[in-house]
Write a protein that binds this ligand. Structure first.
Ligand SMILES: *Cc1c(COP(=O)(O)O)cnc(C)c1O
Length: 236
């Protein structure tokens, strides 16, 4: 095993251990939590190293990089689009990714519907919610969520599976606990409306700095980049 493969393997084991411990602390089954390896800016070889360490779920935030990696790797993996998605790029990923985490408008969902219908496929999505209210963040505002959900729910090929959020960057993960709680409460609220074609089984929240707190607050998917692959060379 070369050094890099060993490093990624160790990092993954470490993250898994932290996930298991967080689950134990709050009485959850670790099987409820899916670890997504966020490989953005990292080479395909790093994806392969993570695969060798047992990873099956990967996340990318740019369509171009995502499709390059999907093309390069022939083994079936679960690809997740986690970054802001432009309408003109929807066609490149519909039918190819497991889940689009970052749907933040009815217009975008309608575009996904159009492409999914054209390809005769189904598209599973999460709604990205801006629970922290940071102006720089993408995401539906909590007060608009129900309206957006109802409008997207009528699209026959698009299926809302839950909610996603990107919490603020912070040194102290405890500061983000409130936002994770908010996202969970929003999901509980939407679920209670029993809207056709909408489930709230997925809560995608928590990144390298705060995934254990997110798990304590109910995350079912955590998106970890730096904690698996190390620091990125550039910000994206
Ligand atoms: C980059 C990114 C992550 C992973 O961030 P790390 O802090 O490196 O774990 C998670 N979610 C989204 C949406 C991202 O863009």
């Amino acid at each position: 095993m070369n050094e890099r493969i060993r490093e990624i393997d160790e990092n993954i084991q470490n993250v898994r251990k932290n996930i298991n411990e967080a689950c134990l602390r709050c009485g959850r089954d670790p099987k409820e939590v899916t670890l997504i390896a966020v490989s953005k800016t990292k080479p395909v070889e790093d994806v392969r190293a993570a695969m060798a360490a047992g990873m099956e779920y990967f996340g990318e935030n740019k369509v171009q990089e995502l499709t390059v990696k999907m093309d390069a790797i022939t083994q079936p993996l679960h690809w997740n689009m986690i970054g802001h998605l432009q309408k003109n790029k929807v066609k490149y990923i519909v039918g190819r990714v497991d889940l689009i985490h970052s749907v933040d408008s009815v217009d975008l969902a309608r575009k996904i519907q159009t492409e999914a219908a054209k390809k005769k496929v189904e598209a599973n999505i999460l709604l990205e919610v801006n629970v922290s209210g940071e102006e720089s963040k993408f995401g539906v505002r909590p007060e608009n969520l129900e309206d957006v959900v109802r409008k997207i729910a009528v699209l026959p090929n698009v299926h809302i599976k839950g909610l996603m959020t990107v919490a603020p960057f912070t040194q102290d993960p405890e500061e983000n606990r409130q936002y994770f709680k908010n996202l969970r409460n929003l999901a509980v609220d939407i679920k209670s409306k029993n809207i056709d074609n909408v489930t709230m089984s997925v809560l995608s929240m928590g990144m390298t700095g705060d995934y254990t707190v997110a798990i304590e607050e109910g995350a079912t998917m955590v998106r970890v980049g730096t904690g698996i692959f190390g620091e990125r060379n550039y910000v994206c």
